[in-house]
Design a protein around this ligand. Structure first.
Ligand code: FPP
Length: 237
């Protein structure tokens, strides 16, 4: 691949869209699409790890997804509960599991599984998988703004000392590098409030392929395209 100008992306983020349409095409309920989507996510984690990606972040449930029907919300929550044990027990892949998003509205059982998953996988050295549940990019920024306001009002920080780097470290992605490649499946061309600060210089990749049909070949195609793009970071060269 002599045309490559970039190394492999360190951090790939996914907006897993199109599960409802995938199910509808088959005459199945939307929740069957999410169930299939969870399988795809689990397969893709292996593929990402095999390729050598260090950080992968998945948008599983947004702060706006509460607007969906009670039935769909509870099916999604149950699906998360069911899958977390397996995700964390991926001993072979040496996956470090992290979660971002507000935990206030989540069930005690889900919170407990999330905490256990993080605790159990904390010292692993393989790929870091971050799952965003009840996550919103604006919410993330507001939480960081509140933290910095508190530090300022308590006298630990002066307003002039607040830098981009310091603010970045107050976001929920504090120990995760910025996104290099953001992939959205399902044909929509938007970011939907996902990691809006962290994608400032990310390369964006949109595909019509529905999440449930997204496989290793699609992933490799997106990564190949990323590697040929010229990332200038505002420079004119
Ligand atoms: C968007 O498709 C997808 C979601 C809101 C849910 C994504 C969640 C999963 C794939 C399951 C995650 C599981 C684990 C274990 C983290 P949509 O419902 O908006 O599809 P549509 O645009 O076709 O209606």
């Amino acid at each position: 691949m002599s045309n490559n100008v970039n190394a492999l992306p360190r951090h790939v983020a996914f907006i897993m869209d199109g599960n409802g349409r995938w199910a509808k095409k088959r005459g199945l309920p939307r929740t069957a699409g999410h169930r299939e989507g969870a399988k795809v996510l689990r397969r893709l984690i292996r593929d990402l790890s095999d390729i050598g990606i260090e950080y992968a972040t998945f948008y599983a449930f947004s702060t706006e997804n509460w607007k969906r029907s009670d039935e769909e919300v509870s099916a999604l929550m149950k699906l998360l509960e069911e899958n977390l044990d397996d995700l964390v027990n991926y001993e072979n892949e040496n996956i470090r599991l992290r979660f971002i998003g507000g935990r206030e509205r989540l069930s005690p059982l889900l919170c407990e599984k999330m905490q256990k998953g993080e605790d159990k996988s904390r010292d692993r050295t393989g790929m870091t998988v971050t799952i965003a549940i009840n996550y919103g990019g604006r919410d993330d920024i507001v939480r960081a703004a509140k933290k910095s306001a508190e530090l300022i009002s308590e006298g630990y920080l002066k307003p002039d000392d607040l830098t981009e780097d310091l603010f970045t470290s107050m976001l929920q992605t504090e120990d995760i590098p910025p996104v290099d490649l953001m992939i959205r499946t399902g044909g929509e061309i938007r970011i939907s409030n996902f990691l809006i600060w962290q994608i400032s210089y990310a390369e964006l990749y949109f595909t019509d392929t529905l999440w449930c049909d997204f496989g290793k070949k699609d992933l490799e195609k997106a990564i190949d395209e990323y590697m040929t793009r010229n990332r200038r970071y505002g420079d004119a060269r």
